[in-house]
Design a protein. Structure first.
Length: 147
């Protein structure tokens, strides 16, 4: 069973619905709430997508995934908000990002959003450090109820 928390019980990692149209991510001592567009996906679709994204991290020691934080209809929208996840052995690096749909080489696939996430970078094109937070696969598995 995959558990997507709707409470604040976590150790090291959580992504939650805190109210209709608002989510929250926790990565150790970092916590941020974010608005969720509910016109294309409902709350259950976000939770299903998050479960798939977290499961993907367990499939390989090096993996890229992402948690969609806000999505409108990709046929009419241009921006999707997400939290890219990069697994490198036991470590998981979490960043905050936007997927710009008209900059993609192919069509955006809502069921496989990680296909539109580039490789992990730690500095941007101007040489500025990209904000990221670190957790580990054990914290993600604990959150999912695997351990």
């Amino acid at each position: 069973m995959t558990r997507i928390s709707t409470t604040s019980s976590h150790e090291g990692f959580a992504i939650e619905l805190v109210s209709a149209g608002t989510g929250k991510i926790v990565v150790h001592d970092f916590t941020e709430t974010f608005p969720m567009d509910l016109t294309f996906w409902g709350s259950e679709q976000y939770k299903e997508s998050w479960a798939s994204a977290l499961h993907r991290l367990e499939e390989a020691d090096v993996a890229t995934s992402c948690l969609i934080s806000s999505i409108a209809d990709p046929k009419t929208a241009n921006i999707i908000s997400c939290w890219p996840l990069y697994r490198c052995q036991d470590e998981i690096f979490v960043q905050n990002s936007l997927i710009i749909l008209d900059e993609l080489d192919g069509a955006f696939e809502p069921d496989n959003p990680w296909l539109s996430v580039g490789p992990r970078e730690v500095v941007d094109e101007n040489g500025n450090r990209i904000s990221e937070w670190r957790t580990d696969i054990a914290a993600v598995q604990k959150f999912r109820g695997v351990l």
